[in-house]
Design a protein around this ligand. Structure first.
Ligand code: CA
Length: 409
């Protein structure tokens, strides 16, 4: 399961261990207001109960969890609107790695030093990395969300836009309740089913949540962050985190660098990048942590990074480049590292959903197939942009902009 696009959330639910897109906390009114449909939800729940029973969920657990759930029109409105809201990476990083978030992170590291040290020793994930995820997902536990996870998931599963995905999450939520980790009332989170300090979806909880404090329950919802933070470490460890290796480093590209080489799809040994003239942003030699890619998340006029395998591990939490960079950079800052040095092209703005759809249509019509028109700037669209840029003799950095759209007209 992957996150399909990068959406900004302010406050909570920046990422979500896998699966759902992210909650924008500030929303405009949607064009199609959902109709409250609690009766339809009740019929759907009756059929869901049959399937849940077959999966081994007891009547008692279902009675406690599903009785009284209502269709949540607000959840559907948010689901319909989320694709509209995007931010540029620099606007996102300004918030995600603000001085305040760094300061709060240092305080959290100090306050929970003993347990974070034990978690680091146990899972082999640096405490600053775990703290950075915690900081982005819930502002270090400050914004864990107060939506009923069961009501959100039932509404989304009944709604049908991604029915199978949300039904499996609802079933996983019932399994968590049946295991006795929490109660229906305490099972809270953001509107799309991500729960607790580290915003785990229920299926991720089943795979990775741990009872680190040993009280018999895996509690990611309560005030004590121990289990949640350990669970995030277990999650990263499970996806192959390499201790003492960076997520990435900021680099400077040499004059005449071939921008066609900038893509997560292009991996080379560090020695080859070094040979091509790539250096650390301060001019130093590149550290060798295995095969690496060059990433330009803000295009040729923004910062450049050499990214390593740990980048792909953070990506399992949320695939948005901006999220991964924010986690990695926040962790670096918590360790006392330097801020990103290069400027960003702050005169550019993020494209709206309509503009992204139009861009994909324009590219495809011009012979640069984006392999679909979905408004998501993924690898296929970036490849199409690069091919178009090369045909026009412009730097092929793959960055979507209004200038680019004007050239396509
Ligand atoms: Ca526990």
């Amino acid at each position: 399961m992957r996150i399909f696009q990068f959406i900004l959330a302010s406050g909570l639910g920046f990422g979500v261990a896998n699966g759902t897109t992210i909650a924008p906390e500030v929303l405009a009114v949607s064009q199609g207001e959902p109709v409250a449909d609690t009766q339809g939800l009740q019929s759907w729940l009756a059929s869901f109960r049959v399937r849940a029973a077959k999966a081994g969920i007891s009547d008692a657990v279902m009675d406690a969890a599903l009785t009284g759930l209502e269709y949540d029109a607000d959840v559907i409105r948010r689901d319909r609107n989320q694709a509209e809201f995007t931010k540029t990476i620099w606007d996102y990083l300004d918030t995600a790695t603000s001085d305040l978030r760094v300061q709060n992170g240092r305080e959290a590291l100090e306050k929970h030093a003993a347990v974070l040290d034990r978690i680091e020793a146990r899972y082999g994930v640096e405490k600053e990395v775990v703290a950075a995820i915690w900081g982005l997902e819930s502002a270090y536990g400050t914004y864990r969300g107060t939506s009923s996870t069961l009501q959100s998931l039932a509404t989304l599963a009944y709604d049908g836009r991604r029915a199978a995905f949300f039904e499996s999450e609802l079933l996983a939520a019932l399994e968590i309740l049946q295991a006795g980790d929490t109660s229906p009332a305490q099972m809270q989170g953001s509107w799309a089913g991500a729960m607790g300090h580290t915003q785990f979806m229920p299926t991720s909880f089943l795979s990775y949540a741990v009872d680190f404090d040993g009280d018999g329950q895996r509690d990611i919802w309560g005030d004590d962050p121990t289990d949640a933070v350990a669970s995030a470490a277990a999650y990263l460890a499970g996806y192959g985190w390499t201790k003492d290796a960076p997520w990435g480093v900021e680099i400077a590209l040499p004059q005449g660098f071939d921008y066609d080489q900038t893509s997560e799809r292009v991996k080379k040994p560090v020695a080859e990048w070094q040979e091509l003239g790539v250096r650390l942003v301060n001019g130093g030699d590149l550290p060798d942590h295995g095969a690496a890619s060059v990433l330009l998340p803000g295009g040729a006029r923004g910062a450049a990074f050499l990214i390593f395998s740990n980048f792909g591990v953070i990506e399992r939490y949320n695939t948005a480049d901006a999220y991964v960079i924010a986690v990695g950079h926040l962790a670096d800052l918590l360790r006392g590292g330097a801020r990103i040095q290069a400027d960003w092209p702050r005169d550019l703005r993020a494209l709206t959903l309509d503009e992204r759809l139009l861009l994909q249509k324009q590219l495809t019509l011009a012979g640069f197939d984006t392999l679909g028109v979905d408004g998501k700037i993924g690898p296929n669209t970036i490849a199409a942009i690069k091919a178009f840029q090369k045909s026009e003799g412009i730097v092929p950095d793959g960055y979507p902009s209004l200038d680019l759209m004007q050239k396509l007209q």
